[in-house]
Design a protein around this ligand. Structure first.
Ligand code: GLU
Length: 321
């Protein structure tokens, strides 16, 4: 089917989705990271960005929340940029675990592989792959410069969150050393874990995440700065990773019901990509049992439903003025 959508339909759909999701309740803030437990549960933002720079921003779209697992997306892109998608496949993998994001069991089940850059094991491994090897400051700069390029503006470290995570990340320490045991950490182990913990502690807004999502949707070109951030061949690779594991162990249910590949984080953020069409981001702290924001899911799903879109629908979609 050929579907044409106007920008005013996008704007109305975003507003309706926002109003609908505002009334959705349930879920709880992430409890295992003390900083996140104390964030105002009523915050809610929604942003949509098109490849030509048209955007819709609603609610708390300028609130800087903890990017958490959504940071796995830009660093996977960086590892692909620096080493190629093939090397990332070989050193980390691209397989969904079907298990929680911080599963140690998954590493053992998957023949000692980190599985995918979008779970904790693979993300720590991806941080270890970032060059220049051995130089923590330069690696951190590469990670944050890449996020700045993708968002068109810089993220900001939430120091309190970083301290809170560093003091409580015992499970991630176990993952890191288990991976080291299986030769899946490609730099200093503690440094790799620290970079991962720090990137999770970056503050980001839905406005910024929507630009990142739209950069992926428009094959590597940032719609705000007009800069090419990564080669077009990386776009389908990162979108595949997002589609297969972006919503932790409920990824299948998510894609089946929403029709859009999306990555969530325990800070309450969700980043969704419709290739060639738009990027979308939502944020609200209360999470469901799998660790996905209840309101953000409701908003993104509603937006897709109103517009009648789905990545598997096979429609030819155009967006015009
Ligand atoms: N920093 C968190 C952790 O590693 C991120 C988890 C997430 O958002 O999935 O536990």
């Amino acid at each position: 089917m050929n579907i044409n959508i106007t920008k005013s339909q996008i704007k109305d759909a975003a507003q309706q989705a926002y109003d609908f999701a505002s009334k959705v309740t349930g879920g709880e803030n992430a409890h295992y990271i003390p900083y996140l437990a104390n964030i105002d549960s009523n915050l809610f933002g929604l942003s949509v960005m098109l490849p030509d720079g048209y955007s819709v921003n609603l609610g708390d779209m300028s609130y800087k929340f903890g990017i958490e697992s959504v940071s796995k997306v830009p660093t996977a892109i960086l590892a692909m940029k620096q080493h190629s998608p093939e090397v990332v496949m070989e050193k980390i993998g691209a397989d969904a675990t079907g298990l929680p994001f911080n599963s140690i069991f998954a590493i053992l089940l998957e023949n000692h592989s980190p599985s995918t850059p979008l779970v904790n094991a693979g993300a720590i491994s991806a941080c270890s792959m970032v060059t220049p090897k051995g130089d923590s400051d330069a690696k951190w700069k590469a990670i944050t410069d890449n996020i700045t390029d993708l968002c068109g503006s810089a993220p900001e470290l939430i120091d309190e969150l970083y301290k809170s995570e560093s003091a409580t990340n015992f499970n991630n320490r176990a993952i890191s050393w288990l991976l080291k045991n299986y030769d899946r950490i490609y730099d200093d182990t503690d440094m790799s874990l620290d970079l991962y913990t720090r990137q999770c502690s970056l503050g980001i807004t839905t406005e910024q995440l929507a630009v990142m999502a739209a950069t992926i949707a428009s094959h590597g070109v940032n719609p705000v700065t007009g800069k090419r951030i990564f080669d077009a061949e990386i776009s389908p690779k990162i979108t595949t990773l997002i589609a297969t594991v972006g919503f932790y162990q409920s990824t299948g249910n998510w894609l089946y019901t929403s029709g859009i590949p999306a990555k969530s984080g325990v800070g309450g953020g969700v980043l969704g990509v419709m290739p060639g069409l738009f990027g979308i981001a939502a944020f609200a702290p209360p999470l469901d049992d799998a660790g996905n924001s209840v309101k953000a899911q409701a908003a993104v799903k509603k937006f897709m439903e109103i517009l009648g879109l789905g990545i598997m629908n096979g429609d030819h979609v155009t967006i015009t003025d």
